[in-house]
Design a protein around this ligand. Structure first.
Ligand SMILES: *Cc1c(COP(=O)(O)O)cnc(C)c1O
Length: 442
């Protein structure tokens, strides 16, 4: 059967969309970004239909959240069934089966042997905050190391570690003291102008040589927070062995390693967690985004030895809401039951297609990612690697007008993060539209 999407039937935004955009703009906080005037009415699989009947193929999944698509029947059923029973009880104070089941499940899928302990939250940033508190509590130490280009969230602790865009900090300071930013393993734009592998992972040894030697006693460092693949920072994949070297550094100094898998987790990269590609086991793993297929839920999964917080020291009124727990359990069933494998295969197809486009278009500077978490960095010139910032914005808009939903990442990258349910034809359609946009704009 031919696909019923993309299908653009009105100028964009259409009349119904324009009316809602106008109402929205009049009352919503001006800090919202609103990438383009998409006004969703309903969705199915990787298809989004707007209020004027235009249909889009979605390759951004509401920022890598709609892992199972827009309303997978199994997830919707789980949500409805849970809602029929009770909407809330507060898992910090009382018990219900869904919470125990989800925590069992998360403890099992977190890499590494041994007992683990799970705390459920409403969001990624809340999970990061909790992980920061836990790392301090477990170590009795104060400081944190995070990476340039990192995104960990928008509340004060998480924001203090975020370093993807200055706009996110402007006018909001002061931030948490004791957060130190070091270079991420970004080979395409190495801060030290070195080349992998001859660099010998210079950026990691530099932490000891520079930060630990001059400014910061490693015995004061509670945790290193790291995204195994940087998300908002541009879908940057560090070189092989980099994450392991960070793990070793943490072990050497008794520092807790926290992996922020809020965006890279839950099957998106073709494995349950991105750290599994590098065989690295964290002390604390934080996840959220895709976990609930869009229902707000996040988790802090910690090794038992690190999970030192005693009764009453931390809590959350809504964290682990019963309807969200049901959505997460249904999501994990689907991810383990085939979507993770699909992400791997479709991801390979996507990479090949992007590489073919790169042969025709010199503005494609770098293609990187794993599974269905892929980024393309655009440059004005492959030799100088000068960022093509404007082009990314124009490509995003042009793709929208052709019925493909994309989202920028970092300064000059586009991310490809579709729902994990996309099939081979969806990937070809997306590549075809991207190719058309490049033909017109490049
Ligand atoms: C989105 C994101 C967060 C923050 O999650 P929210 O649910 O938006 O608070 C934290 N870390 C990473 C890697 C993210 O992508």
């Amino acid at each position: 059967m031919p696909k019923s999407y993309p299908r653009i039937v009105t100028p964009l935004p259409g009349p119904n969309a324009r009316a809602i955009v106008d109402r929205d703009k009049a009352v919503t906080a001006p800090c919202y970004i609103k990438e383009y005037p998409l006004v969703i009415a309903r969705g199915e699989g990787p298809m989004v239909e707007d209020v004027d009947g235009n249909r889009f193929l979605d390759f951004m999944a509401g920022i890598a959240v709609s892992a199972t698509g827009y309303g997978h029947p199994a997830v919707v059923k789980a949500v409805k069934d849970a809602a029929d029973r009770f909407l809330h009880i507060c898992g910090s104070d009382f018990y219900f089966e869904g919470m125990a089941a989800l925590c069992e499940r998360l403890a099992r899928i977190m890499p590494g042997d041994g007992k683990k302990r799970v705390f459920l939250t409403n969001s990624g940033t809340e999970a990061i905050e909790g992980a920061m508190k836990l790392a301090r509590h477990a170590t009795g130490r104060t400081d944190f190391i995070a990476f340039k280009g990192a995104f960990h969230g928008r509340t004060y602790g998480a924001l203090s570690m975020t370093s993807s865009k200055a706009r996110q900090h402007g006018g909001f300071g002061p931030f948490l003291p004791g957060v130190h930013h070091v270079a991420f393993g970004s080979c395409y734009r190495c801060e030290f102008d070195k080349t992998f592998p001859s660099c010998g992972l210079f950026c990691v040894s530099h932490i000891e040589r520079d930060l630990f030697a001059r400014h910061l006693d490693p015995r004061d460092v509670a945790a290193v927070f790291v995204e195994p693949i940087q998300g908002e920072g541009g879908y940057v994949v560090p070189p092989p062995g980099w994450l392991k070297a960070i793990r070793d550094l943490c072990d050497k100094y008794g520092i807790v390693l926290v992996l922020d898998e809020v965006q890279s987790g839950i099957g998106r990269t073709g494995k349950m967690f991105a750290c599994e590609h590098e065989d690295v086991v964290p002390d604390i793993l934080v996840t959220a985004k895709g976990l609930g297929s869009g229902m707000p839920i996040g988790a802090i999964v910690a090794r038992d030895a690190v999970s030192t917080w005693e009764t009453g020291s931390h809590g959350s009124t809504f964290g682990g809401n019963p309807v969200c727990c049901a959505a997460a359990l249904a999501t994990l069933d689907l991810v383990e039951g085939g979507l993770m494998a699909n992400a791997r295969v479709r991801g390979e197809q996507l990479t090949r297609g992007l590489q073919t486009l790169a042969q025709r278009h010199g503005v494609i500077g770098d293609i990187r990612g794993r599974g269905l978490m892929q980024g393309v960095e655009f440059v004005t010139d492959r030799t100088t690697r000068a960022p093509a910032v404007d082009l990314v914005h124009r490509l995003e808009q042009a793709a929208f007008h052709k019925g493909l939903l994309l989202l920028a990442a970092g300064k000059n990258a586009l991310r490809f993060a579709p729902p994990l349910v996309v099939d081979a034809e969806d990937v070809e359609i997306a590549l075809g539209i991207l190719g058309e946009c490049l033909d017109e704009l490049d």
